[in-house]
Structure formats: structure tokens, C-alpha cells
Design a protein around this ligand. Structure first.
Ligand code: ADP
Length: 375
């Protein structure tokens, strides 16, 4: 197949789009329409209109549209051709991902109307993790409740964890099947995964993308007792608690900024809250790295990716500081280099290789779509 794939990532207030050549990997066009719901861009339909105008010159080259969908629930994980039946099934899943799936469905709806002659394909963030070992996927709660309500660890950012772990193997020139890997996807949302032979054995996000690492605005792990306590004693509603955990927690909740560039500026200016936010973030990250090294019995490679992971040398240094006894030795100079391509940041002697690998979820989605259309 030749031709390009339009990849859409539709959030509640933004629409990210990219036109990718799945064969060469070239990005033909890319952008974001923000502030959906405000005066200039009233809804997702208008957002797609703006994107289409910007992409006018490449629309003729499109052979498929790929939609990133966060939650596929218990049964849907393969890249799937979108039809009315799939949409109805996805609508039923919205309670599992109330913040993420409804805007994706809106994006799908307007894109199908705007580009009715192209195949539209849903690619799920949960796909890579659909087969997690039961010991990792199961929450230790009442089994009947868990089964009835589909409560389990699903995992998210799967497209990124899979793509980056494959790229790490390519970079090292080793077969994926032979590697024990830890992948740290540190963007605004953040998640970790432990991967053996190309298959994930654990990941930090759970039923929803709230669990695990401290994130830009999300809390990550928290004692579930805190939620009950706030609801019962502090008079917070379920909506208040959900909003707090998703939007005013994480490094922004603690330190006032979710952009690490600004967080570092505050720390340098002596801001104690920003310092604490950073320390909490690093503390949690180190705990997960340690946990995954224990699960794997040691890793061959640890890879950093996404906005913070690819760009923030201080985070990488502090996450892995003093772990020589565990076989991890960073090379300070390599770590500080601002290069944008896949690279090694450990010393040549370090038993565990440490890499920075830029993620490319759009390309991975475009390739999944191309494979499906090809049959
Ligand atoms: P998402 O896809 O989850 O929105 P990204 O992977 O694009 O997130 O990461 C965005 C985050 O990356 C920003 O909020 C910021 O904290 C961080 N980031 C981006 N560039 C840099 C940089 N040069 N230095 C440190 N952090 C950066």
C-alpha cells in the first residue's frame, strides 16, 4: 500500500493530528487545534475543519484515518475498522474512561462525516497490555465485584511502550525476544512498563490512567482510603475527587507547574513547593524502577521516552542516581547531551544499558492502520 494515514488524537479540549507515511516513517504534516469549546473553535467539528484546511494539500494522498482510543475495555484491543457497531460498543465503554473515550468518539464521529470515503480505524492505548499476566492484571478485591464491573489492570500508553521497546532492541542490535526491559514513558501523563521478550509483564497504569507514577496533573498511586475519607469526612463529591486527582494533583498540584521546564525554574529560584513536587515525582519513579528490576530479576535495558523522558536530563540523572550496585551506571556527559535521536546514556561498561528513545505514537498508529487496510 502506498499513501498516507491521518492520525487523530482527540481530547476533551484539543485535537492533535498527524499525517504519516507508514512506509518511510516520514511526517507529512502535524499539528494541534487547542481550546475546543471556546469562541474560536466551538466544537470538535470546527476543530477538524481547521485541521482539514491546514492539511488541504495532502488530503488527496490519504488512504486511511487512524484514531487513538484510550480504552478498549475487556474485549477490544486489536486495531479495528470502525463501523456503527464498534461505535455502539465503544459508547458502552465510556463509563470505564469517562474523561478520555467520549472526546475520542466525538472525533471519530466528525472525521467519519468529513472523510466518509476512507476507512477509519480505532487503535487502542490498552492493546499492548491486554494479555498481562493475571498476577499483574488482578486487583486483590472481591472477585465477583471485579468480574461484574470489569475491574482489572488495563494499562495505557501501550502504543508508546511497544514502539519504544522495539526501537530499543533495534538500537542495541539485539533480538527483542532476548531482552528484559523497563520503559519509562514520562510525558504529561506518565507510565512505566516491565517487558520480557517483547511482552509486557507489568505496567503502572491500571483500570484508568490515574494509577502509578506521579504525573503532570495526576496523582498516580494513592491510598484508596484517602478517597473514602475525603468523600465521607471532607464533604467532597465523587466529581470533586475525580477532578482533583486528574487535574489539580501531580507536580502541578504540589508545585504549581506541570511543565518541567517551568518547575525547574521555580526550584532554581528557591521555591520549596516546587522542590517538594520534584522530590515526590523522583521518589515514586525510583520506587517503580526498583520494583520492576525485582520483577524482572534485573534489566538489560532501561529506556526513557516522551516529553520529560526525552528532554529532562536532571530527571533521568536523579531517577538512576547511585544504582551502580544494581548494574546501572549513567554517563553524565551523554545524559546531558541535547541530541534528539535514539541514544545510549549509560557508560559502555554499565551492565544495564540506559537509552533515550523518542516515542512516535502517531507512526505506530499509522503502521497499524496500514497493516489492517492491506489485510
Ligand atoms: P503528552 O503527550 O502527555 O501531552 P508529552 O510527551 O508531549 O506529553 O510531554 C509534555 C511534557 O514534557 C511537558 O509538560 C513538559 O513537562 C515536558 N517537556 C517538554 N520539553 C521539555 C524540556 N525541554 N525539558 C523538560 N521537560 C520538557
Amino acid at each position: 500500500m502506498s499513501g498516507n494515514v491521518l492520525v487523530l488524537n482527540s481530547g476533551s479540549s484539543s485535537l492533535k493530528y498527524a499525517v504519516m507515511d507508514p512506509i518511510s516513517g516520514e511526517t507529512v504534516g502535524r499539528g494541534i487545534v487547542e481550546r475546543i469549546g471556546e469562541a474560536e473553535v466551538r466544537d470538535h467539528g470546527e476543530a477538524l475543519q481547521v485541521a482539514s484546511e491546514r492539511l488541504d494539500h495532502v488530503v488527496g494522498s490519504l488512504v486511511a484515518v487512524g484514531h487513538r482510543v484510550v480504552h478498549g475495555g475487556p474485549d477490544i484491543y486489536q486495531p479495528t475498522l470502525i463501523d456503527d457497531d464498534l461505535i455502539a460498543r465503544l459508547e458502552k465503554l465510556s463509563p470505564l474512561a469517562p474523561l478520555h473515550n467520549p472526546p475520542a468518539l466525538l472525533g471519530i464521529e466528525v472525521a467519519r462525516r468529513t472523510l466518509p470515503d476512507l476507512p477509519h480505524i480505532a487503535v487502542f492505548d490498552t492493546a499492548f497490555f491486554h494479555n498481562l499476566p493475571a498476577a499483574a492484571a488482578t486487583y486483590a478485591i472481591d472477585r465477583d465485584v471485579a468480574e461484574q464491573w470489569h475491574v482489572r489492570r488495563y494499562g495505557f500508553h501501550g502504543t508508546s511502550h511497544q514502539y519504544v521497546s522495539e526501537q530499543a532492541a533495534l538500537f542495541l542490535g539485539k533480538p527483542l525476544e532476548e531482552l528484559r526491559q523497563v520503559v519509562l514513558h514520562l510525558g504529561n501523563g506518565a507510565s512505566a512498563s516491565a517487558i520480557v521478550g517483547g511482552r509486557p509483564v507489568d505496567t503502572s497504569m491500571g483500570l484508568t490512567p490515574l494509577e502509578g507514577l506521579v504525573m503532570g496533573t495526576r496523582s498516580g498511586d494513592i491510598d484508596p482510603g484517602v478517597l473514602v475519607y475525603l468523600w465521607r469526612t471532607a464533604g467532597m463529591s465523587v466529581e470533586d475527587i475525580e477532578d482533583m486527582l486528574n487535574h489539580s494533583a501531580g507536580v502541578r498540584g504540589l508545585g504549581g507547574e506541570n511543565d518541567f521546564r517551568l518547575l525547574h525554574k521555580r526550584i532554581d529560584a528557591g521555591d520549596e513547593d516546587a522542590r517538594l513536587a520534584y522530590d515526590v515525582y523522583i521518589h515514586r519513579l525510583r520506587k517503580y524502577i526498583g520494583a520492576y528490576l525485582a520483577l524482572l530479576g534485573g534489566a538489560d535495558v532501561i529506556t526513557f521516552t516522551a516529553g520529560v523522558g526525552e528532554n529532562d536530563a536532571a530527571v533521568r540523572r536523579d531517577a538512576l542516581r547511585g544504582l551502580q550496585r544494581l548494574g546501572i551506571e549513567l554517563d553524565e556527559e551523554r545524559n546531558a547531551s541535547p541530541e534528539r535521536t535514539a541514544r545510549r546514556i549509560s557508560t559502555d561498561e554499565s551492565p544495564t544499558a540506559v537509552l533515550v528513545v523518542p516515542t512516535n505514537e502517531e507512526l505506530a498508529i499509522a503502521r497499524a492502520c496500514a497493516d489492517l487496510v492491506k489485510g
